[in-house]
Design a protein around this ligand. Sequence first.
Ligand code: S3P
Ligand code: PEP
Length: 427
Amino acid sequence: MASSSPHWVAPVADGPVDATVALPGSKSMTNRALILAALADGPVCVHRPLHSRDTELMADALRALGVGVGEDGDDWQILPGELAGPARVDVGLAGTVMRFLPPVAALARGEVAIDGEPRARERPMGPIVEALRALGAEIDDGGRGALPFTVRGTGAVAGGAVTIDASGSSQLVSGLLLAAPRFGKGVEVRHEGPPVPSAPHLAMTVQMLRAAGATVETGENLWRVAPGPLRGGEWVIEPDLSNAAQFLGAALVAGGRVTVPDWPGATTQPGDALRGLLADMGAEVSLGPDGLTVRGPGAGEYAGLEADLHEVGELTPVLAALAALAGSPSRLTGIAHLRGHETDRLAALVAELNRLGGDARELPDGLEIRPRPLHGGVFRTYDDHRMVMAAAVLGLAVPGVEVENPGTVGKTMPDFTGLWASLRTSG
Ligand SMILES: O=C(O)C1=C[C@@H](OP(=O)(O)O)[C@@H](O)[C@H](O)C1
Ligand SMILES: C=C(OP(=O)(O)O)C(=O)O
């Protein structure tokens, strides 16, 4: 996202925090609900959706294909229609749009041209393009196996069995599964290759498909979706628990308490793992009627983290910031696939932590971070919303952290700086 917004100086905590922070809806659930609604056989209301760049891009993409997406207050009303091109779809830098939309485009009649930001053209796409072709779709990608490409839909996809290597992104599987009830034969996806990351996101896909009425069977590295209707109705989107990381983390860095209300008792969101991860770092974590409460001791007073984050990779940037301010070293592993995220997150985190005087280094599949006294300076964000969030966490304890292009946080949290300011005043 090209932007020249001025730097944001991340506020330093002037004492322990004592805050309750209500979070916007989950990006992952909102964009799944939009896809399932677009393919449903009746109208759908999505309650408490996330309104952010990634979800607006999804809504616009579906509108371009002929789906009615209207606003009713904060809710989204979806009116499925006949899917048709010609259309142009901009995926921005949204992994969920670039992997979930092409299978829907393949169901449309007509041409759908799909492109995104320069970095989107570098993110893993080849396996889903190949899989869609094997399932009967026609896609012209100029042989690149990447964006941009044009899907030439006939109004139907045959479906059937396909084998892919989804080690680069779980979204390659989720995208195929979400549209599969509308494929003639449904789909059987088999993964072959190094392990697929982000297991909770795959569970979310399966759970939401079933909630919409689809028949889904799963095995080891195997997912089967039967052809059949998806029902209209209602979705209630949970708060985005991955975006809770920086707020709950503030309690560790500044000391004090942070509560996130409406924390679900059971969820497929990977952010739920924060309960265990922050407890491992020495936070006091309790889930009760008021939500999830985390109490922490302050920078330097909590432990580093030794964790395999393969299943919860999107938590890494904030956990890395916490690690840099911990009382002992950290080793975060299982996250080689983060090199294909919004930016190469392993390289970006090492570069920016070390620019502030930190001691971080890349491992083949992760990061090793040794706490050191940090100083202020410019923190580059590489069009990555979670780099802004990581910088904010550092800024609580380090004066003068100047965050470049803070507006990029709007990918999933347009009001991030406003909510961050509420940390210091609410309670
Ligand atoms: O399906 C989803 O909603 C997501 C899956 C994960 O992708 P990867 O498996 O590519 O890491 C995650 O990092 C991303 O933020 C959202
Ligand atoms: C990896 C992420 O996003 P995307 O959906 O673009 O893959 C993320 O939000 O951390």
